[in-house]
Design a protein around this ligand. Structure first.
Ligand SMILES: NC(=O)c1ccc[n+]([C@@H]2O[C@H](COP(=O)([O-])OP(=O)(O)OC[C@H]3O[C@@H](n4cnc5c(N)ncnc54)[C@H](O)[C@@H]3O)[C@@H](O)[C@H]2O)c1
Length: 247
């Protein structure tokens, strides 16, 4: 891979303050992209942007359309264009069987993971259509393919992200805009703090590789999906599950 492959390109990374998003931001930045880090955690987003250098940090709650619309306008002011969107912001929520799952928490997880994905894609696609170019990667989860027990809200929201990505990819297939998603298995990040240890053990036990996904492994696949070279593949679902899901 050309080490300045993303020179002259700009990217929004939601949830880019830490975890998978931060690894993607670092990977794209290293290859020349200018980055806008959108995150609910402003302090961490600013810190990540500072470490990257030449990057913008914005406090955004992706579950709120107004927030997303205004962040998109600010990003365009700062960077001039948006070539890439990696939508990594997301929450796991707690683990409980469906009959006990808190109703408000279910709604919140869907509001962030699914409605948030819609908001961010909606705002960015409006701009990408005008430049007839774009690369979008939504971070779904293997939970959206397989359905993890005691994680119904999370699994359902991520299945929604997969369906949304397929739909949007087809909508935009006539333009040089690629919309794909990835379905990672468990990777050790701060999102684990939201989960029960038994759930983390369950996820690990399901991975034939016998280990967690490394963040740089995820970033490498996502970077290719964001590249100009990915000029054909769209509406696709890319597996990152270490052999758990073979489809
Ligand atoms: N780590 C895993 O095991 C794993 C596995 C599969 C999929 N995923 C998905 O990957 C993505 C990134 O997860 P991660 O492991 O890096 O988690 P993380 O908790 O390390 O990072 C997520 C980031 O999203 C931000 N965020 C949360 N809600 C937000 C909101 N409403 N608006 C804006 N920002 C918000 C958080 O502040 C945080 O910085 C998520 O969508 C997650 O569901 C993670």
């Amino acid at each position: 891979m050309n080490d300045q492959q993303f020179q002259g390109m700009t990217a929004i990374v939601t949830g880019g303050a830490q975890g998978i998003g931060e690894a993607v931001a670092r990977r794209l930045h290293k290859a020349g992209a200018r980055i806008a880090v959108w995150d609910l955690d402003q302090e961490l987003a600013e810190n990540t942007a500072k470490i990257l250098g030449n990057a913008v940090a914005l406090k955004v709650d992706i579950s709120r359309w107004d927030d997303v619309e205004s962040a998109c306008a600010k990003t365009l002011d700062a960077l001039g264009r948006i070539d890439i969107l990696v939508n990594s912001a997301g929450i796991a929520g707690s683990n409980a069987p469906v009959n006990e799952y808190p109703v408000d928490e279910f709604a919140k997880i869907v509001a962030v993971n699914l409605n948030g994905t819609f908001h961010v894609n909606r705002a960015v696609v409006a701009h990408m259509r005008t430049q007839a170019f774009g690369r979008i990667v939504n971070i779904a989860s293997v939970a959206g393919k397989e359905g993890n027990p005691n994680a119904s809200a999370y699994s359902a929201s991520k299945a929604g992200v997969i369906g949304f990505t397929k739909s949007l990819g087809k909508e935009l297939a006539g333009l040089d805009i690629a919309v794909n998603c990835v379905t990672p298995a468990a990777a050790r990040t701060r999102i684990f703090d939201q989960m029960a240890q038994t759930h983390i053990d369950y996820m690990l036990s399901k991975i034939p590789r016998g280990r967690f996904l490394e963040l740089d492994e995820a970033a490498e696949m996502i970077a290719w999906l964001c590249s100009r070279e990915n000029s054909f593949t769209t509406a696709g679902v890319f597996d990152l599950s270490g052999g758990r899901a073979t489809y």
